[in-house]
Design a protein around this ligand. Sequence first.
Ligand code: SAH
Length: 410
Amino acid sequence: MTVVILKPHKEESLKRFHPWVFSGAIARVVLDAAHKAAAPEEGEPVTVLSAANEVLGVGHWQVGSIAVRILAFGVAELPEDFWHERIRAAYRVREALGLVRTENDTFRLVHGEGDFLPGLIVDIYAETAVIQAHSVGMHVCRQRIAEAILAEVPQVKNIYYKSDDTLPFKAEISEPKVGYLVESQKSKDRSAQSEEFWSTENGLCFRIDWLRGQKTGFFIDQRENRALVERYARGKDVLNMFCYTGGFSLYALRGGAKSVDSVDVSQKAIDLVNVNVARNFPQAANHTAVAADAFDYLTAQKAKGCTYDLIILDPPAFAKHRDAVKNALRGYQRINAKAIEMIRPGGILFTFSCSQAVDKEAFRLAVFSAAAQVGRKVRILHQLHQPQDHPINIYHPEGEYLKGLVLFVE
Ligand code: SAH
């Protein structure tokens, strides 16, 4: 196997179980005999040694500033049952969290570094697991990962691979980046008849479209925060802005909201919201779904004098990279100011940021600036974050990305 030898003292972070080796920490690379090229192949497993020849771990080689993502510490090769063991461990955690129930068959099984599987995401929707590889190493291993999921997660019968948006765009990959790795006859028959696939979250049914939907098809990371909206919704006029397939809207309706407006720029998302509302609340006459840009919609509603008791703002990541943070903060301030203006006295704002590059202090400051700009009295009722099935590896704080505030606006 190819061996990567670090510069002196560069082993420190690995000894503290941080799973990334940066290219600047590498003294030299010794290729195994099978190599024709002058460098390791992206995605191949490599053994990492300290300058003093200690075995630090084994990981996937990458092209870029992160050169190796460690899969197992303290060993030179991956153990034979590595994938089964890691997937089994991840599944046991979800079981222990109470996420595997008849009323809840939707959960994240693997959250990358948070489950000690850097570069891998696996979401479970009833009988289907959707795998997303963020590294070429995970792409190379996708079949073995699929086999391990089938063996370890009893409810799973189909495995869909969806990595067209997540693999490094410069990586030379000839195999398909999307498609079923495993598909049962039942699923094939359903697909052939264009039947819909449904999945259940806390007793609410959602149509999941992993083929055409965003990310793996659904935003599982808001489950607990949606449940909190349900608690506050009774008798309220609710606006769910950036609603996607209507997650927050369904919980608000179940919580007894007086009315719910769902808004998203994507017409496809709005179509799904309507399907989901019709399935769960066939009698509901108090729900409206609109395809519109958030800023335009808020501006138009304000001009009409429209106000709300409860607004949810869950925008897409405004900052995808560190260099975009300043603009992102301005964006958060602008949209939050617009929302705060439209909240009735004594109303509530649920506001979120899923930009990893914007930390919770910076986000809070942006929301503070928005409140100050509008000049309303605002209290923080809850500080929210990502749920338990999106765990943060304590040695890898970069895994924290979702934060939210619940504000009481006087
Ligand atoms: N709250 C959702 C997830 C939101 S993801 C849930 O619980 O499932 C962010 C959503 O914002 C996406 O659906 C995307 O289509 C939408 N979006 C992106 N830009 C937008 C804009 N300018 N105006 C309105 N919606 C937008």
